[in-house]
Design a protein around this ligand. Structure first.
Ligand SMILES: Nc1ncnc2c1ncn2[C@@H]1O[C@H](COP(=O)(O)OP(=O)(O)O)[C@@H](O)[C@H]1O
Ligand SMILES: [Mg+2]
Length: 265
């Protein structure tokens, strides 16, 4: 059974002043299977974040149906972990306390169990030595590790990620992509990963869904049959290079249109 289903989803934002309503998504259909890693790829402004926020339950569609695990989405829920570009961690809590935040909301857990769970999570993301540090004392990459750990520690069956590594420098981004792959290999959650970066989509995804420029629709879907487990080295193989070229051709026109749309406004 598909885990995430969008049917005929339309999203209209009310216009401000003289501008009419902005149609972010028009008739979007999407089905993501259980434990599939899907990358949603498209130019800036095409509605990727809007789609993710609808699935997360932060937004409500103007029309159509958004279902997760067979249920119509009525708001955010613990079954969907969301990771944004800014790690949305609490600056006043230590790394360990940030990660413990979700589990400590659950009434059933005892403190020792939570501590063990947090320790294990920090170990998995390579932050054991920074458990007592405050977020301000960390690098951008480390903060994003905390953000990831904070979400993964709750073990949500579905992970929604919106350009989580977009603000990191190129090398740190690769290290974080490899970390995410390593974490995913172990639990194989359903992942919807939003990006405008072709290489990132190819390195991570089982499938890449390409969106058109605004108003966003699904343009095409590519299966990525590169072997797993994957590491950065795969990005220089002939298979990867050929896929990169195809995806660029697919996106070229949409990127140019997105650019024009931006110029008009
Ligand atoms: N809250 C909002 N109010 C008005 N327009 C919005 C709002 N959020 C997004 N939009 C518009 O919807 C379109 C899609 O935005 P978004 O989903 O953020 O695109 P992406 O994530 O692909 O860059 C853009 O044209 C954007 O300006
Ligand atoms: Mg976005």
């Amino acid at each position: 059974m598909p885990d995430i289903v969008l049917e005929g989803v339309r999203m209209e934002f009310p216009g401000q002043g003289a501008t009419g309503p902005a149609i972010a998504l028009a008739e979007m259909d999407l089905a993501i299977h259980d434990r599939e890693f899907v990358c949603l790829l498209g130019p800036s402004g095409c509605g990727k974040s809007t789609a993710l926020n609808l699935i997360a339950g932060f937004l409500t569609a103007s029309d159509g149906s958004v279902r997760v695990g067979g249920q119509e989405v009525a708001g955010p829920g613990p079954d969907r972990g969301v990771v944004f570009q800014d790690a949305n961690i609490f600056p006043w809590l230590s790394v360990a306390k940030n990660v413990a935040f979700g589990p400590s909301l659950s009434r059933r857990r005892d403190r020792n169990a939570i501590r063990r769970q947090v320790d294990e999570m920090l170990d998995r993301v390579g932050l054991s030595q920074f458990a007592n540090h405050l977020p301000l004392e960390l690098s951008g990459g480390m903060r994003q590790r905390v953000g990831l750990a904070r979400v993964l520690v709750n073990d949500p069956p579905t992970l929604l990620m919106d350009e989580p590594f977009g603000a990191l420098d190129a090398q740190t981004r690769i290290i974080m992509q490899e970390l995410l792959l390593e974490l995913w290999e172990r639990d194989r959650k359903t992942v919807l990963f939003v990006t405008h970066d072709i290489d990132e989509a190819l390195l991570l995804g089982d499938r890449i869904i390409v969106m058109t420029a605004r108003p966003g629709r699904i343009k095409s879907s590519f299966d990525v049959r590169l072997p797993r487990p994957r590491r950065y080295e795969i990005t220089s193989t002939p298979e990867f290079v050929a896929l990169r070229r195809r995806l660029f051709e697919e996106l070229r026109h949409e990127a140019a249109r997105a650019d024009e749309l931006e110029a008009v406004h």
